[in-house]
Ligand binder design. Sequence first.
Ligand SMILES: [Zn+2]
Length: 280
Amino acid sequence: MQSLFRCPLCAAPLEREENRWLCPNRHSFDKAAAGYVHLLPANKKHSKNPGDDKAMVAARAAFLDKGYYTPLRDALCQAVTEYVVNLSNPVLVDSGCGEGYYTARLFRALTEAGHSPRIAGIDLSRAALRRAAKRVPEGEFAVASVYHLPIPDQSADVLVNIFSPLATEEFARVLRPGGLFCYAVPSARHLWEMKQVLYREPYENPVKRENYPGFTWIGVKEIRFTADFADRGDIMALFGMTPYVWKTPKEGVRRLEELDRLRCQIGFDLHLYLQSTAYS
Ligand SMILES: [Zn+2]
């Protein structure tokens, strides 16, 4: 069957066979045992950044599966479901899909709403894709860079980007005109109580809505709630998912490690954009 992916070497459409993806120019890409395909050309390999490792992926998957971020997941599914209401076979791309937590729920939400969605997930981490391909056996998952998505021009109806690198030029290229781009960013007070533990003088996150060439902003869903982390492992898993893990002084980390419980504000802004120009 026709794949959602294109050949990373010659950009021709790929055919999906049982154990490989194949282009008309005979470039062939084997399916890994875990179900994903490696589409990162050797010259685009980020040797220093193979993506999240196994332990990081396992910690994040365990954290997400406890449901702490369910409100964000549900808001995302609602936005996408509303958008695709008149499309029977919507094509979705999850750019930086990680272990497929959002990908899986999106696929299920659209199926339950009566659609026959097709979904592709891209990530650099094999450890993450192994889980994603298991979560959504109906989807297609590729090791690739989000800056060089292995997706044909104007082929996607929806592209979601949940906490992964932003490549708006690529996103504008792969979305069809009028296609939906969902982009989640932390709110000003996201994780405020955690930052109060980590830093003597915590700062609010800068919040500024950006305009991106090729996109028209159509709205934002504000997701705000308080989460009660009653498990030391969950607190540290949450910390491990943040950028603070790279820049917190040791004594701040120690204060956090001593907590058995943390009640914390969670805030996300889910920005919605439409692809507004034909890519040329
Ligand atoms: Zn090819």
